[in-house]
Design a protein around this ligand. Structure first.
Ligand code: IDP
Ligand code: MG
Length: 172
């Protein structure tokens, strides 16, 4: 139910439809070089499409060392950092932004546990991977990291706001 706005409330010309659209959640997902090389790009995109999320940004990137290091900055002191960065720059990576209510946490569930051997069947890592250092896909873990990662990987003009004609069949 959309709440009724009293007439004296000034929304600066922003109707509720636009307001709701603007507040939709977005997350950054990346198919790592192993997923691209193994031909899993279509399979993975299909899962998020079929679930009902909307693709708003997509590009194939040969990642620079600098970008890989800043993306994984929180892991800089970890023993696997150097291998992780070398792996991320070892081949093309598919960078994506997906949109929808609850997409950040939902995508993490669909991706599965970091160690693919602990990831449930039905998750992407659970279905397609066996090794923590080759776990196919990255997904932002919280709203703050999602925002940070989206702006690290994409310029504003590379993101497209659109509304699927299927929305009425997806959201009550
Ligand atoms: P996440 O990708 O599930 O969020 P993080 O703990 O944020 O997992 O780690 C980032 C990435 O670093 C993992 O996806 C994985 O590729 C790599 N990584 C994490 N822990 C290890 C490890 O113990 N050995 C090798 N690589 C690791
Ligand atoms: Mg992480």
């Amino acid at each position: 139910m959309v709440p009724k706005v009293p007439e004296h409330v000034n929304l600066n010309g922003v109707g509720f439809d636009q307001f709701e659209e603007k507040s939709l959640e977005r997350t950054f997902l990346a198919i790592k070089p192993d997923g691209v090389q193994r031909g899993l790009v279509g399979e993975i995109i299909s899962r998020f499409e079929a679930k009902g999320f909307a693709l708003v940004g997509l590009k194939l990137v040969q990642v620079s060392r600098e970008l890989a290091e800043s993306h994984y900055d929180v892991h800089r002191e970890r023993p696997f950092f150097a291998d992780l960065v070398n792996f991320i720059i070892s081949g093309p990576l598919l960078a994506m932004v997906w949109e929808g209510d609850g997409v950040i946490a939902s995508a993490r569930k669909m991706i599965g546990a970091t160690n693919p051997l602990n990831a449930e069947p039905g998750t992407i890592r659970g279905d397609f991977a066996v090794s923590i250092g080759r776990n196919i896909i990255h997904g932002s873990d919280a709203p703050e990291t999602a925002q940070k990662e989206i702006s690290l990987w994409f310029k504003d003009e590379e993101l497209v706001s659109w509304e699927s004609t299927a929305k009425a069949w997806l959201v009550e």
